[in-house]
Design a protein around this ligand. Structure first.
Ligand code: E4P
Length: 218
């Protein structure tokens, strides 16, 4: 099991990688539009690559097979050892995925809300299959059986795709995804920071440090 960082911010990425708990990065067009609307995409992604380790996912924004394939190969060329192409799950996306898999391009199939979508992406050769926890819950469905059943079928059929649970809104989304069998959870910086914190930990550390400072030497 592993945690990835769901962000395109190089400063946050550098800081959070220094904790030693994350081993990859996911971005998407919405995250980048919010964090840095004027940024040059290639420059920003390569800045993130420079301060992280593991795969950095970059999502396709074109919609025809030819355009998506060209866009994907362009991103991969930025750094073949680190870039993972995020392919939106559509019928065209599957065709593109198959061709990228044949060229051994790492892929993260994204925006998936169901077991059947994740299974199809795994069959077509996805490196990662991304299930969107928060968005499934927004529709009023339970994401937990989707993650559990996807993990069970990948294991049973020996499919090498790894499950990423994304669209994380609360700490409990992270805990549940890991318990349910996600290989990876991609977590936004504010949720990772909340995972650090417990009021009883803070008061306990303060109690110990105060005792040390105020000890009466014999
Ligand atoms: C994951 O890869 C996605 O980038 C992200 O988690 C989507 O989250 P959202 O539903 O909050 O937009």
């Amino acid at each position: 099991m592993a945690l990835f960082l769901d962000s395109s911010d190089p400063k946050e990425t550098r800081e959070i990688f220094s904790w030693g708990v994350v081993s990859g990065v996911t971005t998407n067009p919405l995250i980048i539009s919010r964090e840095a609307p004027d940024a040059d995409l290639k420059e920003r992604i390569l800045e993130v690559v420079a301060v992280s380790t593991g795969h950095v996912s970059v999502e396709l924004t074109t919609e025809t097979e030819r355009e998506m394939l060209d866009e994907a190969l362009g991103y991969w060329d930025w750094d073949r050892s680190r870039i993972c192409v995020k392919v939106p799950f559509t019928e065209t996306g599957l065709k593109v995925l198959k061709q990228l898999a044949e060229k051994s391009v790492p892929t993260n199939v994204t925006c998936m809300m169901s077991f059947n979508q994740a299974y199809l992406a795994a069959l077509a050769g996805a490196t990662y299959v991304s299930i969107f926890s928060g968005r499934v819950k927004d529709m009023g469905y339970d994401v937990r059986p989707i993650v559990r059943e996807t993990r069970a079928i990948l294991d049973r059929e020996g499919l090498p795709s790894k499950i990423i649970v994304g669209s994380v809104r609360h700490m409990m989304d992270v805990n549940e995804a890991l318990i349910d069998g996600a290989h990876i959870v991609t977590v936004p910086p504010p949720i990772l920071r909340k995972m650090l914190w417990n009021p009883r930990t803070d008061t306990t550390i303060a109690e110990f440090n105060d005792a040390w400072k105020n000890r009466k030497k014999k």
